[in-house]
Design a protein around this ligand. Sequence first.
Ligand SMILES: *Cc1c(COP(=O)(O)O)cnc(C)c1O
Length: 356
Amino acid sequence: MPRPLKARIHRSAIRHNLALARQHAPASRILAVIKANGYGHGMLRAAQALCDADGLAVLSLDEAAALRAAGFSQPIVLLEGMFGAEDIPAVVDHRVTCVIHRPAQIEWLRNAAVARPIDVWLKVNSGMNRLGFSPAAVADAVAHLRQSAAVANLLLMTHLATADEQRGVDWQLAVFQQSAAGLALPASLANSAALLRYPETHADWVRPGIMLYGVSPFADESAARVGLRPAMTLQSEIIAVQQASAGETIGYGDGCRVERTTRVGIVACGYADGYPRHAPSGTPILVGGVKTRLLGRVSMDMLAADLTDLPAAAVGSPVVLWGEGLPVEDVAHAAGTIGYELLCALAPRVPVVEEE
Ligand SMILES: *Cc1c(COP(=O)(O)O)cnc(C)c1O
């Protein structure tokens, strides 16, 4: 009998979320972002479920090579481009589109003798101050790339820092439009939040990530309200039940001292599985479909749930850590992080079961 913890991946949810992205941005092509092992869902698994997308985005050449080896033939964008000139042969070999965000990458291309020119997405730093050319440097970079025999098609992109927040996108949109003026290039700006909220950012390619996995990019609007379905359900079972008297403590440390007689369900899931150790007592958890709360510190392989008001719960009762019936956003919020981090942190030891 295997340990009862598993991550169920719902392919139909991913397809539904992709269709929702299309509905929001019908005139744009969709670059499905599957970096970080498909946000924890498995890169190839995510790519398969997203095979109707117009392109795929990853971070490393190894990922791009694995996608090509698996037969994916659509454009693949390398989100940080090459990390060195020695990457260029593989980039050409695998027909990878490169983000170019700093001058050295242009130099590498200009000095390379390539059999077949590559497509380039030139990144503009429109205010996030992470990657990209300053607006003043964009025209020169474009001119250099247009002169290079190693470059085929060119696109201008930027990344939005506050599309999920009150500040919105106007401030960066203005900077980007100024940088792009007169260059007559296609453009890509929108992450999930901008795709859902700001049609004016859609342009030629949208770049959804988190929404494809059914997680809301917004702190103030749930996935269900946006119409998204969670793609991952992390589920387990109760493997032991304890009765703690008033004044006793639960788990490691003495931070969780109960005030009443408490039935405690021990769940087969811990921080070594990717459940956040920082989740405090009170973090939501579903036992037998009913919402209850985490008790005490999360251990490496186990955690405790309050069963006091769930008389039907017993050893073998199903537990949902996040997913169907319990948004990962709610667990993340309680733990002081975001759903992205929890999904990406799913540990390799957790068996993954793919479902329709
Ligand atoms: C990760 C990433 C995205 C996707 O962002 P989400 O918030 O997950 O939709 C889009 N563009 C770039 C450049 C990224 O790095």
